[in-house]
Design a protein around this ligand. Sequence first.
Ligand SMILES: Nc1nc2c(ncn2[C@@H]2O[C@H](COP(=O)(O)OP(=O)(O)O)[C@@H](O)[C@H]2O)c(=O)[nH]1
Ligand SMILES: Nc1ncnc2c1ncn2[C@@H]1O[C@H](COP(=O)(O)OP(=O)(O)O)[C@@H](O)[C@H]1O
Length: 391
Amino acid sequence: MGEAPAFLVEDLKSKLTNGFHLKSKVCETAVDIGCNRTYVIGDPKSESLAVRVFDKLTNEWVFPIVLGTKPKASKGHSAVVLDQDRVLVIRGDTSSDDGFWFLEVNTLFVREQKARLGTEVVAWSKGVIGEAEKPIVISGPSGVGKGTLIAKLMEEFPLMFGFSVSHTTRAPRNNEKNGVHYHFSERGAMEKDIDGGKFLEFAAVHGNLYGTSVEAVDVVAEKGKRCILDIDVQGARSVRASSLEAIFIFICPPSFEELEKRLRARGTEVEEQIQKRLRNAKAELEQGASPGLFDHILVNDDLENCYDKLKVLLGLTDAVKTTPKSELVHVPLEHTGLKIGEKIVMKCSAAEQERFVLDLGSMRGGAPGRTRGLRICAAEELSDSELGFLG
Ligand SMILES: Nc1nc2c(ncn2[C@@H]2O[C@H](COP(=O)(O)OP(=O)(O)O)[C@@H](O)[C@H]2O)c(=O)[nH]1
Ligand SMILES: Nc1ncnc2c1ncn2[C@@H]1O[C@H](COP(=O)(O)OP(=O)(O)O)[C@@H](O)[C@H]1O
């Protein structure tokens, strides 16, 4: 594979000196990161946001493994280098809740995956406007009442909460539906997806494999709902260490005897499994008390009482706060932009008067999850010199 045709790469590069310009119908862009690599994004044929890398040291094209939830195809996009770790890709002709995507090329997550997979890796992370409500992690020993409490939340607030459907190698219980309670999986297939970086966390629990896929969390966020994860203490530790900021709640039984009584009364495990779960419960109860792991510990004695406390923790008792959805804007196919510090000043073609600022100053998170905290503000918030660019 010879040298990239210079006209292709040069033509495609965002003109970074004074901003970047998307000529309408441009389905391929190129940006330089570092002195040896040009990242080419897009494919004119399929309009997909495929990624390939031209390595100037070897004069070879590199086709990386692409992780994370991928953006949909786009009739045109623009690309601007934010720093040595990520490129902002703006999909034209979309609304702002699906318009801003981050191609991560050297973040900690990408570097970890490169080391693990031993090959070139990039990862997409979808930009989320505003501060989506934090996900909620609920842990506790088998039989304590996690599922019961979560079911009550989902029933009372169906539009607010979404359940992160885990994968597991455990066999389904009589009342459990595949894709609803769990994605019931073969161990081999699940391990392959874990190796492919598709899981936020996974753990061996009671002799089975359980895991939360990135998609499982994104699907809930995609619906604008608050994600609830029912995962064990090992999973809680992994999420605590990840870029996914969450609220961590541990549910305790009023006594060990009561826990055993509930587990037996539920009638879903055979004796051997009950014994295993009770043995594990002792360790889980200790873990639940570990400093800095869980934000809240709730004793599930009387169910209604515990449920009321859970709602207080989640701020559900007073008039439900409707966080004002930040103004969604339309990102037209043809747009021009200028990166000024942590702001992207967007100006649209003459025909469209939209002009707005994408403020990245408080963005955080990232692949394999989403990049949150983006802010859209009016151009009027700009200084005169910044406005000067808008003409
Ligand atoms: N780490 C992790 N644990 C999970 C996940 N899904 C379920 N678990 C935990 O696995 C344990 C067993 O779950 P399950 O077999 O449904 O039994 P239950 O606790 O009696 O409902 C529970 O502690 C769950 O919280 C997951 O995606 N990741
Ligand atoms: N506060 C409670 N008092 C008595 N029984 C309860 C209480 N909470 C849950 N249960 C019952 O205990 C059993 C285990 O509850 P479940 O939600 O399946 O626990 P987990 O999901 O933590 O394994 C179920 O039969 C449930 O109806």
